[in-house]
Design a protein around this ligand. Structure first.
Ligand SMILES: [Zn+2]
Length: 206
């Protein structure tokens, strides 16, 4: 099993510093390593920075005073942001969970107790609260599994390429490593092709 996110994000600021989403977004992108707070999809794989959203953890429609409060903001992919919309189970901004339902801030350790990745890269839930988030954020979408694996393969390809260059300079045999490199490139292309296909309808239904 693997954590749902490779790194727990940390917000660099607190309180209300900038009163525009545009300014907050620049800082959020850096704090979240350009990855969605909830699903960890990298923005570069789906339209880049401009296609990502400023997500209000406690919805701004219900808690207007938190619209620009940095502690309430997250960098999010459009899939998670639109899925979450203005859903909120509590009666106040602090009440993010009621019983077994609600959302947990991905900047807290608590988030990782409810959601995880299986060894294939699928997001899975570990608790009833995790199950709630899994369905409400549509974390079952195939794109989250595909993008996770694309990134995993991309990093391995880079590491292997560096190794091959290092050994080539030393005059060592790199034929086996080159074979592995070619396989990795093939797998990368296959995952990329998957991304271009539509989501299967069966996965979209709860
Ligand atoms: Zn997301």
């Amino acid at each position: 099993m693997n954590p749902i996110k490779n790194k727990k994000p940390v917000r660099s600021f607190t309180g209300e510093k900038w009163r525009t989403n545009g300014t907050n977004k620049k800082y959020l992108a850096a704090d979240f390593d350009n990855k969605c707070a909830y699903c960890d999809d990298w923005d570069k794989f789906s339209g880049g920075y401009n296609s990502y959203h400023v997500e209000h953890f406690a919805p701004k429609e219900k808690f207007k005073h938190l619209e620009f409060v940095y502690d309430n903001l997250l960098y999010s992919c459009p899939y998670c942001n639109i899925s979450k919309s203005n859903k909120w189970i509590g009666s106040s901004a602090d009440e993010c969970v009621v019983g077994n339902q609600g959302f947990v801030d991905p900047c807290t350790d608590e988030y990782y107790k409810h959601l995880e990745r299986d060894n294939d890269g699928n997001i899975i839930y570990l608790s009833p609260i995790g199950e709630y988030m899994y369905y409400e954020l549509k974390l079952y979408l195939r794109r989250h599994f595909i993008l996770y694996n694309l990134e995993r393969i991309r990093l391995r390809r880079i590491a292997l390429k560096e190794k091959i260059e290092e050994k080539t300079i030393k005059g060592e045999d790199v034929s086996t490593l080159n074979e592995v490199y070619n396989v990795i490139c093939k797998v990368f292309c296959e995952y990329y092709e998957l991304l271009l296909q539509d989501e299967p309808v069966t996965l979209l239904a709860k």
